[in-house]
Ligand binder design. Structure first.
Ligand SMILES: Nc1ncnc2c1ncn2[C@@H]1O[C@H](COP(=O)(O)OP(=O)(O)O)[C@@H](O)[C@H]1O
Ligand SMILES: [Mg+2]
Length: 247
């Protein structure tokens, strides 16, 4: 569904990502790990098409189509949705109006908000004065309205307290299981996702298929996400830096 080939990305002439290769198959949930400043958010924002990130090499394929040169709204129309790590405040824009505007299927904002306990926020300006957890729920509400086929989730659990994390985790699971198909023994999720996590807490709620470690702007390792997380927890990112030196 998503295929990133040899992607090199610059911002203002500075290389942030180098020769990145990554894939998310239909129905798969993949996880991206990496230390602070590795370029994880930059990768998500490049996939979504934020204009300051210049692709100088490689390409991004979505459902077989080369979307490398497409603007962000065209990517959203094709089914890409992002939950940002730190979304901007939008003074003068009510959450209700934003939810209505992004909903292709004209879903009722009240109904969507009920699930996330966000009804009382609908008539407030987007993110203005919201707490960390409220911002994440606001982002999820917008995604639930947009109903993308590929979710890019940038640290969904950061800044969220332990009680709300359950709500955020369960909502993400529900969103990803929308359109679940079980033709034979094995079920396939209707949605795909790429999730950035430091703690792995979100993996208590969402079953992940493949993990990648990004260090210094390039993918160092990939494999079983829970095994990678264990390695990171016990050894830090040292092993990953070692494999960089071996390259
Ligand atoms: N728009 C930008 N302009 C300049 N530098 C940026 C921009 N976006 C990211 N960077 C830089 O790229 C590096 C990687 O950032 P980021 O992708 O946010 O890291 P991560 O999400 O892995 O913690 C950082 O040094 C950051 O300052
Ligand atoms: Mg980040």
């Amino acid at each position: 569904m998503l295929k990133i080939e040899d992607l090199t990305v610059e911002v203002n002439g500075k290389t942030l990502l180098r020769d990145v290769n990554l894939e998310v198959k239909k129905g798969y949930t993949n996880v991206l790990f990496g230390p602070n400043g590795a370029g994880k958010s930059a990768l998500m924002r490049t996939i979504m098409g934020f204009s300051e990130y210049k692709v100088v090499k490689g390409r991004i394929l979505f459902n077989g189509e080369d979307i490398t040169g497409l603007p962000v709204d065209e990517r959203a129309r094709r089914g890409l949705g992002i939950m940002m790590q730190r979304p901007p405040d939008m003074s003068g824009i009510k959450l209700r109006d934003l939810v209505k505007a992004v909903s292709k299927e004209k879903k009722d904002p009240e109904k969507l908000a009920e699930n996330l306990d966000m009804k009382r926020f609908l008539d407030r300006d987007v993110n203005v004065g919201f707490s960390g957890g409220e911002i994440k729920r606001s982002e999820l509400l917008q995604l639930a309205a947009q109903n993308p086929s590929l979710y890019l989730l940038d640290e969904p659990e950061s800044g969220v307290d332990l009680v709300s994390i359950e709500q955020v985790g369960k909502t993400i699971r529900e969103l990803l299981e929308d359109g679940l198909e079980c033709p034979g023994e094995r079920c396939t999720r209707g949605k795909s996702a790429l999730i950035i996590t430091h703690t792995g807490q979100i993996l208590d709620y969402v079953q992940a298929d493949r993990g990648y470690i990004l260090c210094s702007g390039t993918i160092m390792c990939s494999g079983n996400p829970l095994k990678l997380l264990e390695e990171i927890k016990s050894k830090g990112y040292e092993e990953c830096i070692k494999c960089k030196l071996m390259r």
